[in-house]
Design a protein around this ligand. Structure first.
Ligand code: 13P
Ligand code: 13P
Ligand code: MG
Ligand code: MG
Length: 370
């Protein structure tokens, strides 16, 4: 069968004024590199940025984990890093955590989400990219778009989704190999919810149609601190979701993003903030955030990508952005206290760990009064 592979490979390789957005020369370099070096390797590509993360969407014929395609992306990011260094951008090469390419870009810093399928006569899909958050940010939206008829009316109205979907969930704390569980919605909804409540540990890796057995969604599951052993930046995840037919309608896949749910990330990757749906090529700002996500709708046909439709560029989402700004302001009012900052186990910066070590010996046990 003639299959098409979609691969998103994204990395933060340097940014203007802190962690805001890549520079124009950096962006252009990555694009030019792919245009020139991608010939004969990929069928098509699209480059965009979300906050300070550059994402390359490829369409190609080499399947998942292709060394050629991964190396193309790695080399494009290296070329971009050279520009970032020459301009003195902040965090030049931030997400390129290994010195040399070793066959597969997974585990080297960049985030990867890939799926392979036989194209339908029309093949619409959504590209998502987020900044200032981690892969668990997609847990709730995926649960709602694939398992909850309150968000996905097709679960009631369409005969093509009647059997529901299979969730493949990864325990991202397990670093010696991939620890995976497969659970079916709707029968195992409560088990799925029990895992997905813990966004930092259990992350949806993929979702599959139980009607057709086809891949429906994939998420990048990289946890940078598991690779680097220390904070080097947030994971800033990407996701692909096929839409229409046996999958959610585009609007059903977008619907859960109107919650602006609270996710991990924001300033120094150490806080809780609401996820704001933004337009293509948006920056971040307030308190290095709030966490943002963009959604681009494409069709792919014989490997060729259409232009993107910028799905959150619509007046409805201005209203949501105002709501999310309010939520961001409200949680920031309590600064470092309680739920506003992530728990100790997730604090990405070494500083607080060192502080606790210093303070430890200063604690003493009060003598009991006689
Ligand atoms: P990035 O992961 O987007 O580089 O952000 C890092 C950070 O610490 C922002 O405050
Ligand atoms: P420093 O490396 O200057 O501490 O910056 C960290 C950072 O950018 C967090 O946003
Ligand atoms: Mg950065
Ligand atoms: Mg980023």
């Amino acid at each position: 069968m003639n299959k098409t592979t979609l691969s998103i490979i994204k990395a933060d390789i340097g940014s203007l004024g802190g962690h805001i957005k890549p520079s124009t020369p950096l962006f252009k370099k990555v694009e030019e590199f792919i245009e020139k070096e991608g010939k004969g390797i990929v069928s098509d590509y699209f480059v965009s940025h979300t906050g300070d993360d550059m994402a390359i969407l490829f369409s190609h014929k080499h399947g998942i984990g292709s060394e050629e395609v991964h190396k193309l992306a790695w080399d494009a990011f290296l070329a971009g890093t050279e520009v970032a260094k020459s301009q003195g951008l902040y965090g030049a090469g931030q997400d390129l955590l290994k010195d040399s390419f070793s066959g597969n870009i997974r585990g080297m810093g960049p985030a990867v989400a890939e799926m392979e399928f036989v194209e339908r006569p029309n093949e619409p899909f959504l590209f998502f990219a987020a900044d200032k958050t981690d892969p668990g940010a997609y847990n709730l939206p995926l649960y709602l778009m694939f398992a909850d008829p309150m968000y996905n009316s097709g679960l009631i109205l369409s005969p093509n989704m009647a059997k529901g979907f299979k969730f493949v969930i990864m325990d991202v704390n397990h670093t010696e190999g991939d620890r995976i569980i497969e659970l079916n919605a709707p029968e195992e909804l409560y088990d799925i919810a029990a895992l997905l409540r813990d966004n930092e540990r259990f992350v949806v890796e993929s979702v599959w149609s139980r009607e057709t057995g086809e891949i429906a969604a994939v998420v990048s599951t990289t946890r940078l601190h598991n690779i680097a052993g220390k904070y080097t930046g947030k994971d800033d995840p990407v996701m692909l979701v096929r839409v229409q037919g046996p999958f959610p309608a585009t609007g059903e896949a977008l619907a859960p993003f109107n919650i602006g749910h609270y996710v991990a990330g924001f300033m120094r990757g150490s806080h809780t903030g609401p996820l704001m749906p933004v337009k293509m090529n948006s920056s971040v700002s307030y308190f290095d955030g709030p966490p943002v996500v963009c959604a681009l709708g494409f069709c792919v046909h014989n490997g060729k990508l259409t232009e993107p439709a910028d799905a959150f560029d619509h007046p409805y989402w201005d209203y949501i952005r105002a709501k999310v700004s309010r939520k961001a302001t409200e949680i920031r009012e309590q600064g470092f206290s309680g739920a506003a900052m992530l728990p100790y186990s997730e604090l990405e910066y070494g500083g607080i760990v060192q502080k606790m070590q210093k303070l430890g010996p200063k604690f003493y046990i009060r003598e009991k009064a006689e």
